[in-house]
Design a protein around this ligand. Sequence first.
Ligand code: KMH
Ligand code: ZN
Length: 273
Amino acid sequence: MEKLIITAAISGAEVLKEHNPAVPYTKEEFVREAKSAFDAGASIIHLHVRTDEGKPTQDKNRFKEIMDAIYAACPGVIIQPSTGGAVGMSNDERLQPTELNPEMATLDCGTLNFGGDDIFENTENTIKYFGKRMIERGIKPELEVFDKSMIDMALRLHKKGYIESPMHFDFVMGVNGGISGELRDFVFLRGSIPQDATYTVAGVGRYEFTLAAAAIIDGGHVRVGLEDNVYISKGVLAKSNGELVEKVVRLAAEFGREIATPQEARAILGIVK
Ligand code: KMH
Ligand code: ZN
């Protein structure tokens, strides 16, 4: 089986220090959290940035400042900026980090009710616009799918030339408004992507580690981090993103999956930079 790529979603846009004090706001806190995840075995850092006060921003300069600091502290790491940003941001605001030509970025593949009454809007034209931008700049998209219909959208836009093969999906499961994190649904998503595609799974909240175990057994890849879940076990807050990654590394060891280095992750994902 391929080595396991672990992605750490260290910050997100919605989770706050009130939910877990380890959520990073300042550059120093971002570096601390990224390094804890990298040292524990994460090869990809999925990144949203914030102002020092904790407000989500897609500002290119803030991304650059924090990305440079993370690269310095985590040599060779893959940084995957979010182009999802936070609910309500405009397309061009969201796309700013692509101007830094990162190796990867997220590409959200549909609109959904997000965590209740918010609407996370990604129309077909938005997805085409983002997909084209990533092809032009040689950025590997991680296709964020919050439901099965979003896989179908990605496949349709792949046929039209907006997304290139091999496709890499992130099954984000358990968001209120998206697909559940039940194993039945994981099997459904996993069976709906092309043979040459790769996937990672991000289980939200209580689904984080059950879905990690499923992906480890299945030969998929795993995303964990405070963006998705703030607990290391029921009712116990994680001390850091690194602690969440360490738990995945332990699970992987139990099932005989070795952990991919960033260079091995690039080879698995077909990142040519
Ligand atoms: N913050 C969510 C609205 C992504 O990173 O691309 C969108 C999100 C997805 O987190
Ligand atoms: Zn995100």
